[in-house]
Design a binder for this molecule. Structure first.
Ligand code: HEM
Length: 171
């Protein structure tokens, strides 16, 4: 079936077969990696008591996410007009409320507190665990907030994928 010409101009800006920009596609794929690596890091600390590798992975994830979020923000604010890319979706409308806007709102409600929580958990861990890291009086607080920070990151990924589907895949 021939493609709607308004779509042809938009498809191809990213590398996935949808309407996302290059940066949107990169972040959507990178979140798969983040979810897998985060799960591995939690497995290492819980079942193998490998605190040093857990620390290294979490610091790397933190730095990679910070760079990704900055690049993503620059792309969304100054380079890509994501609303135009979302236009063909039946779940998006520029005016008024739509399912895609609702999904974006829920996604941001997960992503913003999770970003702050990750910074707080990492700074507190670096300050209160010995180096090399091992269980300490900070363990109870870290386990509690670390779990919430991890759940926040999973929720950020899942809600991000849902928004990507509603805005840039559905047509
Ligand atoms: C945002 C970053 C981080 C998250 C989300 C996170 C998450 C977690 C979670 C959920 C646990 C408990 C695992 C379990 O027993 O089920 C844990 C344990 C631990 N984490 Fe992290 N962590 C982070 C960063 C760090 C950093 C930077 C360090 C070291 C400086 C660290 C050191 C430890 C240690 C030593 C434990 C074992 C605590 C104990 O069981 O006594 N974590 N982490």
């Amino acid at each position: 079936m021939p493609m709607d010409p308004s779509r042809v101009a938009l498809v191809g800006s990213g590398f996935l077969p949808a309407r996302g920009s290059w940066m949107l596609d990169l972040v959507v794929l990178a979140m798969v990696l983040v979810v897998v690596v985060l799960s591995w890091s939690l497995y290492l600390v819980r079942y193998q008591q490998n605190y040093q590798l857990h620390k290294r992975i979490q610091l790397t994830l933190g730095i990679v996410l910070l760079i990704a979020v900055t690049a993503f923000e620059i792309d969304m604010r100054f380079i890509t007009d994501w609303r135009s890319l979302a236009e063909p979706s039946p779940y998006f409308s520029r005016e008024g409320w739509s399912l895609a806007w609702g999904a974006l709102l829920i996604h941001l409600a997960c992503a913003l507190p999770t970003t702050l929580l990750w910074i707080a958990v990492i700074v507190a861990a670096l300050r209160h665990f010995p180096s090399p890291p091992s269980p300490s009086p900070h363990s109870l607080t870290h386990r509690r907030w670390g779990k919430i920070a991890a759940i926040g990151m999973y929720a950020t990924a899942v809600t991000g994928w849902i928004f990507y589907y509603l805005a840039f895949v559905a047509s």
